[in-house]
Design a protein around this ligand. Structure first.
Ligand SMILES: [Zn+2]
Length: 308
């Protein structure tokens, strides 16, 4: 009998685990401002693909959501977390870039009646890459991707846009192509809080990807920092300040660029450069092993394009 019950339990248990609701624990950043800090490692089934930061801001007229996660499941969990703090409706959503973990939860919030915003280049990339992103996510998240569909933001932002939340405002800004072509930050001047999107990474190694521009990235970083935020919610990593953001994002980008520039000027071989570049100053950051060499490679290729 006991054995039969155990067998039944083992049969049912995985399904119970799948059905279990995802519960997110937002951290309070300032009055009315919350962030959900994602995992530092890559996207996995276990972490629900939630390896980037989300947030929400409560205004007099409604709630602004910053990034919707990689699935309807994560978006639904985010909404549950919002409801635990306020019963105001979610009226606005901003996707800080076109990467899957920032916008594939859009369909859920559109159904709640929210207006969706992203940079115009981000919307272009979403249209270009969305189908592939959705397919990758279905492979990775299996049944946890259920119900996830593509919904593109209909409000395209160019340089700046202001959203009036009722008693205060959120400013959306685009400075330059950086981690992607369409990075936006969300600046809350009256709270001194900056949601930097992927212009700032801390605690983990940033990723230079084929569509990144390290030139624009440093320019965007400096422009974002010139707002003098008291608290930064980075794209990846815990809440941070300007000093740590400089050490873990800007200093690293400068190392990559200066050494890649030298290598290209000296006609150094790509593999030699990647193998010999000393990145040990950043070894404490998560994902160092996976990303250090790839970042050097990407930056070299970018410097090559700039030089010729
Ligand atoms: Zn990201």
């Amino acid at each position: 009998m006991v054995r039969a019950l155990l067998a039944l339990f083992l049969l049912v248990m995985p399904h119970l685990a799948f059905a279990a609701d995802l519960s997110l624990r937002p951290v309070k950043v300032a009055d009315g401002v919350y962030a959900v800090i994602g995992a530092l490692e890559g996207q996995t089934y276990e972490n629900d693909g939630l390896n980037a930061n989300l947030g929400f801001v409560i205004g007099g007229d409604g709630v602004l959501v910053i990034n919707t996660g990689p699935s309807t499941r994560v978006a639904t969990a985010l909404h549950r977390a919002i409801r635990a703090v306020t019963d105001k409706p979610v009226k606005w959503v901003v996707n800080t870039n076109s990467q899957n973990h920032y916008w594939l939860g859009n369909a859920y919030f559109q159904r709640q009646g929210a207006q969706l915003y992203a940079h115009k280049e981000a919307v272009r990339l979403m249209r270009e890459l969305g189908t592939g992103q959705l397919e990758d996510n279905r492979n990775r998240l299996k049944e946890r991707a259920a119900g996830t569909t593509l919904v593109f933001p209909s409000n395209e932002v160019d340089k700046a846009h202001r959203i009036d939340l009722g008693d205060w405002a959120a400013e959306l800004r685009h400075f330059a192509p950086a981690h992607t072509a369409g990075d936006l930050v969300v600046w809350l001047p009256s709270a001194g809080v900056l949601f930097s999107g992927d212009i700032i990474y801390v605690d983990r190694m940033l990723a230079v990807i084929p569509i990144s521009s390290t030139t624009g990235w440093i320019e965007a970083f400096d422009a974002a920092i010139s707002l003098s935020p008291k608290v930064i919610v980075p794209g990846h990593g815990k809440l941070t300040d300007i000093a740590k953001a400089k050490r873990e994002t800007r200093d690293y980008l400068v190392l990559l660029r200066e050494s890649a520039r030298k290598a290209v000027d000296n006609l150094a071989d790509l593999n030699d450069f990647v193998n010999k570049l000393d990145q040990s100053k950043f070894k404490h950051l998560a994902n160092f092993e996976e990303l250090a060499r790839r970042n050097a490679n990407m930056t070299y290729v970018e410097m090559m394009k700039e030089a010729f």
